[in-house]
Design a protein around this ligand. Structure first.
Ligand code: PMP
Length: 356
């Protein structure tokens, strides 16, 4: 930190992304990326004349991309916002709607607390229940920005639309942001509710189900006034926030939606295979509807399992927060990758028994 940094950032604890090591090739199950490549049309579009056009700025309105998303999701152009990853949208939403504070589950996406601090917003972190579920009554009548990941991360546990409705009904004077980064793997989207509720912002991403984490593309739905608020902040920060190649890739990815939805089905099947295999080895696994699972064993600590898997060339995500330190979050990779994981865990547990 230099002596020139604004004092208001001295105590900012930045978000720590999952490891992206370069020392060797790992089976990478630590940052919830898709094991599948983007669809053929996306790869072709990026390899085309589009690259030559990089000398030109991108369309600040992302017209084609927003129109394509709007058609696919059955909403109007004015209901769609796009940004450089959904992280950007979360940041803008905190900036725009956090004046009275923000509420989110104490165990959830780690970036929420960073965005709160960055924007000088007082956070209220509501503990999860013992089984890691969210008790919606704790979110009634908050009169502050509410931010809930559904499915939640790192647990993968979902809320129903009925429950989200109750949170919306009891918070008419503040924004309720539903972060649906993982919704395509088995959650229920709150998108249909945007017509009914003028306080709802639904945020999604191309990073998980659409195999484009490296392209940085997030999108959001809300009534047109909310979208206009976010546009205002975008045009006051970086009007060209989505580069040309990503806009083109996004359009193609939506046009080839069935490819991605088929991949999601595969990932769901592989998730269920992995859950059964881990349960057979005595693991406790939460009921995840995301492209990751959250698991712990009485036979080995979360940290030891993480370290031993890394030694075997498999990366998973371990968090040191005390409530979840026994667990590991494991991204669902290809069937082969998950078979390797299951075998590696089996070997580690056997090894542990021998050394007892
Ligand atoms: N929300 C949640 C719950 C996430 O886990 C992530 C990814 N780490 C994001 C949002 C951000 O995704 P991106 O910026 O890649 O769209």
């Amino acid at each position: 930190m230099s002596k020139f940094l604004s004092q208001k950032y001295f105590t900012l604890e930045e978000y720590v992304p999952g490891e992206q090591p370069r020392d060797k090739k790992y089976i990478k199950l630590n940052t919830n990326e898709s094991p599948y490549p983007p669809s053929p049309g996306v790869i072709e579009a990026i390899n085309s004349d589009a690259v030559r056009d990089l000398r030109l700025y991108s369309d600040p309105e992302s017209r084609l991309l927003k129109t394509t998303i709007a058609e696919n999701y059955g909403v109007s152009f004015e209901n769609v916002y796009v940004a450089n990853g959904s992280d950007d949208i979360l940041n803008f939403a905190f900036m725009a709607y956090g004046d009275k504070g923000v509420v989110y589950p104490a165990i959830s996406y780690g970036f929420y607390s960073v965005f709160a601090k960055l924007n000088g917003i007082t956070p209220e972190e509501i503990p999860l229940e013992k089984d890691f579920s969210i008790d919606i009554r704790k979110y009634f009548n908050k009169n502050k920005l509410i931010c809930i990941a559904n499915p939640n991360a790192p647990t993968g546990i979902t809320l129903s639309l009925q429950e989200i409705r109750q949170i919306l009904d009891t918070n008419p004077d503040n924004i309720v942001l539903i972060d649906e980064a993982y919704v395509d793997f088995g959650g229920e989207s709150a998108l249909p509710l945007i017509q009914e509720y003028n306080n709802l912002l639904v945020v999604q991403t191309f990073s998980k189900s659409r195999s484009m984490a490296g392209a940085r593309l997030g999108f959001a739905f809300g009534n047109k006034e909310i979208i206009a608020d976010l546009e205002k902040l975008k045009y006051s920060t970086n009007p060209y926030n989505i580069n040309r190649l990503t806009q083109i890739a996004g359009v193609k990815a939506i046009e080839e939606n069935s490819y991605y939805m088929d991949n999601c089905k595969e990932i769901i099947e592989t998730r269920e295979f992995t859950v059964s295999a881990l349960k057979e080895m005595g693991f406790y696994v939460t009921n995840s509807k995301a492209n990751f699972i959250f698991a712990k064993s009485d036979k080995i600590s979360g940290e030891s399992l993480y370290i031993k898997l890394k030694e075997k060339g498999i990366l998973v995500r371990h968090f040191s927060k005390k409530e979840i330190t026994d667990f590991n979050r494991i991204t669902i990779g290809s069937k082969e990758e998950m078979e390797s994981l299951v075998k590696a865990i089996g070997d580690i547990l056997k090894q542990g028994e021998k050394s007892k």
